[in-house]
Design a protein around this ligand. Structure first.
Ligand code: ADP
Ligand code: MG
Length: 139
C-alpha cells in the first residue's frame, strides 16, 4: 500500500525569487497537509550527503553548489498516495518537459534550478524527512 507522507524542499531559486508562498499555496490546494516545515540553509557537506545517490552524475558538483547557495524550505507533507501525487504536482525534472499547471512548469528556471524537490519513493521520503526533522518537530 502506498504511504501517506512525502518530503519536499523549496529550492534556493524559488525561495530567492519570492515564490515560496505561491508554491505552498499550490501544495495545500492539492490536498497536502504540512506535517513539518523548516527554513534552513544546507552546507555543501549536507547537500552532498542528501544527493549522495547522484555522486557519479556529471551534474553532482554543480547541484551541491546550487543547493547550498541560499535558503531552502524543507517540509514533510501528508496525503493519501503522497509520493506519487506530489511527483505529479511538481512535474518533470526538466521544466521544458513538465506538464502545464505543474509547479516546475510554473516556477522552475532550469533543469538544475527547478524550484522544488519531491521524494521518489516511500522509503526515500522517510529517509529524507529524517534528514531534516526530529520526531518532536513533526505534527
Ligand atoms: P528529480 O528532482 O526530478 O527527482 P533527479 O533525482 O534525477 O530529479 O535529480 C536531482 C536534482 O538534480 C534535480 O531536481 C535537479 O535539480 C538536478 N538535475 C537533475 N538532472 C540534471 C541535469 N541533467 N543537469 C543539471 N542538474 C540536474
Ligand atoms: Mg530525485
Amino acid at each position: 500500500m502506498a504511504g501517506n507522507k512525502t518530503f519536499t524542499m523549496i529550492k534556493p531559486d524559488a525561495y530567492e525569487a519570492g515564490n515560496s508562498g505561491a508554491i505552498i499555496k499550490m501544495i495545500e490546494e492539492a490536498g497536502f497537509k504540512i506535517n513539518a516545515a523548516k527554513l534552513t540553509k544546507l552546507t555543501a557537506e549536507n547537500a552532498g550527503a542528501f544527493y549522495a545517490v547522484h555522486k557519479e552524475r556529471p551534474f553532482y558538483g554543480d547541484l551541491v553548489k546550487y543547493m547550498s547557495s541560499g535558503p531552502i524550505i524543507a517540509m514533510i507533507l501528508e496525503k493519501d498516495n503522497a509520493v506519487e501525487d506530489f511527483r505529479k504536482l511538481i512535474g518533470a525534472t526538466n521544466p521544458a518537459e513538465a506538464a502545464e499547471g505543474t509547479i516546475r512548469k510554473m516556477f522552475a528556471k532550469s533543469i538544475e534550478a527547478n524550484a522544488v524537490h519531491g521524494s521518489d519513493s516511500d522509503e526515500n521520503a522517510a529517509i529524507e524527512g529524517s534528514f531534516f526533522f526530529a520526531q518532536t518537530e513533526r505534527f
